[in-house]
Design a protein around this ligand. Structure first.
Ligand code: ATP
Ligand code: MG
Ligand code: FE
Length: 332
């Protein structure tokens, strides 16, 4: 199966060609970070405009790099949601237009399913498995008993982990997106500040990161009054230690309770060095298989959409010309 994937849910325009759900023949990503940086976050109207300007070229480049012609494609898979509605609409309409022009089936993919299926490109998924999804808009523990079957057993009650990283980074005066900067500083500093960990009720797999974000802001504020001074490296390391501790502890508890032997990490924050290392060590200790995608497949890309789309296509789950972008699309 040869699938063309298209992803435009946020601030990267991406197109990819994937063979049999696993072999990436091309994965072109055009990032808009430079256009949004001066605003300190993604500006929806600017994102849509970029997608409109880029999407045709990116699709052409994906086909060219893969060395295939449109008639060789089996289907076109596109991100239906969740994401910025104006951004999603550009990808969805591009996919519909191409499906019509080339007479190809259309497949609608959930963005988070895409993040999870990035792992299938690395190592064929086996079930049951547990997936820890950590991204700019999501923090979820998902149980999968089979392909394209999702049970969300825990999720964030407030900020997503990536959002918390970006907000803390902003407080420290670091550029957007702040996650990679905090990660880099955390490697240098020591976690000397004792920041809170939101465990929530006994047995809950939900997460909460807004209290931690406030604690960082308060620590900075109080330090000024008390004449203490923490370096950015120390703050970053302390914040990251708290995040990683909660994520790893809750995930391993869920692994144990669900009795799975496979864990996959997904989403933009899966690029985090501290999290990758801590999760790798914890999984080794209990003897379960862990898959973590390479950085380029952690952040938004169309190869992951094509990979997830392949399973939907093979199951006969097709979309039609009524397909629309869904900003709040649910996974289950
Ligand atoms: P969603 O996938 O939930 O719709 P999104 O697509 O905007 O949201 P992703 O592109 O998957 O999110 O991830 C982007 C997020 O990942 C940003 O918040 C960014 O700061 C964070 N991030 C990227 N690299 C790192 C890193 N090394 N450490 C921590 N966070 C990181
Ligand atoms: Mg992004
Ligand atoms: Fe994403």
């Amino acid at each position: 199966t040869l699938i063309l994937g298209i992803e435009t849910s946020c601030d990267e325009t991406s197109a990819a060609v994937v063979k049999n759900g696993r072999e990436v023949l091309s994965n072109i990503v055009s990032s808009q970070i430079d256009s949004h940086k001066r605003f300190g976050g993604v500006v929806p109207e600017i994102a849509s405009r970029h997608h409109v300007e880029q999407v045709t070229y990116i699709v052409e480049e994906a086909l060219e790099t893969a060395g295939i012609t449109p008639d060789e494609l089996d289907a076109i898979a596109v991100t239906e949601g969740p994401g910025l509605v104006g951004a999603l609409l550009i990808g969805v309409n591009a996919a519909k237009a191409l499906a019509f022009a080339w007479n190809k089936p259309l497949v609608a993919v959930h963005h988070i399913a895409g993040h999870i299926y990035a792992n299938h490109i690395v190592d064929e998924l086996t079930f049951p498995l547990l997936s820890l999804v950590v991204s700019g808009g999501h923090t979820e523990l998902i149980y999968m008993k089979d392909h394209v079957s999702y049970e969300v057993i825990g999720e964030t009650r407030d900020d997503a982990v990536g959002e918390a990283y970006d907000k803390v980074a902003r407080t420290l005066g670091l550029p957007y997106p702040g996650g990679p900067h905090i990660d880099r500083l955390a490697q240098i500093g020591e976690p000397v500040i004792n920041l809170p960990r939101a465990w929530l009720e006994e047995g809950s797999y939900d997460f909460s990161f807004s209290g931690l974000k406030s604690a960082v802001i308060n620590t900075l504020h109080n330090a000024k009054q008390r004449g203490e001074s923490w370096s950015n490296e120390e703050i970053a390391a302390s914040f990251q230690a708290s995040v990683v501790d909660v994520l790893v502890t809750k995930t391993l508890k869920a692994v144990e309770e669900k009795g799975v032997e496979r864990l996959v990490l997904a989403g933009g924050v899966a690029a985090n060095k501290g999290l990758r290392e801590a999760l790798t060590a914890a999984c080794e200790k209990v003897g379960i298989t862990l898959t973590i995608p390479p950085i380029a497949l952690c952040t938004d890309n169309a190869a992951m959409i094509a990979a997830a789309g392949t399973f939907l296509f093979n199951k006969g789950c097709l979309a039609d010309e009524r397909l629309n972008g869904q900003a709040g699309l649910k996974l289950e």
